[in-house]
Design a protein around this ligand. Structure first.
Ligand code: GDP
Length: 195
């Protein structure tokens, strides 16, 4: 999926104003969200922009040449215990997830060794409540043995809503990348959700 950085937004009304379909990527910090975006777009440095100082809390948009956009949501994980998850993660993300009519699908990147943390469960519940198609990527699967991979995939599949795709994935080796790209492309080619 050849892609280019388009723009960053710090609030909902700074997001591009058009009807281009968007698939958003969410994940806990260090789950490998940037590496995943790089792998899926074939660009080793694509998501580096999202990590540059000043941009880590922004919503970053990438145009896919074949059509549609990939949206890199800020990594979640620096929340302080005293703050609610939502407050800490940011108002802009909350607005994007709840009000952005361009949003047609969500990709949740998890570390296959530590899946389904509270943040992940929140995202899964939220996408189910919004009936937004969800793809869960069990990243870093290269770090697991064969038997462990099957076990983690089954245990995650048993806990996500029906219709959710769950893939063993590795941003490093490319495991699952073909299937993930196909799933994202399929969403980007689909119709926009009703606002
Ligand atoms: P982000 O914070 O979610 O954007 O995570 P990064 O993409 O920066 O990755 C965090 C760390 O995990 C880096 O050291 C990556 O090299 C490593 N990493 C990411 N994906 C994989 C993977 O599939 N396999 C392995 N072994 N390491 C990975």
């Amino acid at each position: 999926m050849a892609s280019e950085f388009l723009t960053s937004a710090d609030r909902l009304d700074a997001c591009p104003r058009d009807d281009v379909a968007e698939v958003a990527f969410a994940g806990r910090s260090n789950a490998g969200k940037s590496s995943t975006l790089n792998r899926l777009t074939g660009r080793r440095q694509l998501a580096r922009v999202s990590k540059t100082p000043g941009r880590t809390q922004l919503i970053n948009f990438f145009t896919v040449n074949e059509g549609g956009r990939l949206v890199d949501l800020p990594g979640y994980g620096y929340a302080r215990a005293a703050k609610s998850r939502q407050q800490a993660w940011g108002e802009a993300v909350d607005q994007y997830l709840n009000r952005r009519s361009n949003l047609v699908g969500l990709v949740l990147v998890m570390d296959a060794r530590h899946p389904l943390k509270p943040f992940d469960r929140d995202m899964i519940d939220w996408s189910a409540a919004r009936s937004l198609p969800l793809l869960t990527l069990l990243n870093k699967a290269d770090k697991l043995k064969r038997g462990e991979r099957t076990k983690v995939r089954r245990s995650v599949e048993a806990e996500v809503p029906p219709g959710t795709r769950t893939l063993l994935f590795s941003a490093v080796t490319g495991m699952g990348a073909f299937e993930a790209i196909a799933a994202v492309r399929e969403r980007l080619g689909g119709p926009l959700a009703q606002p």
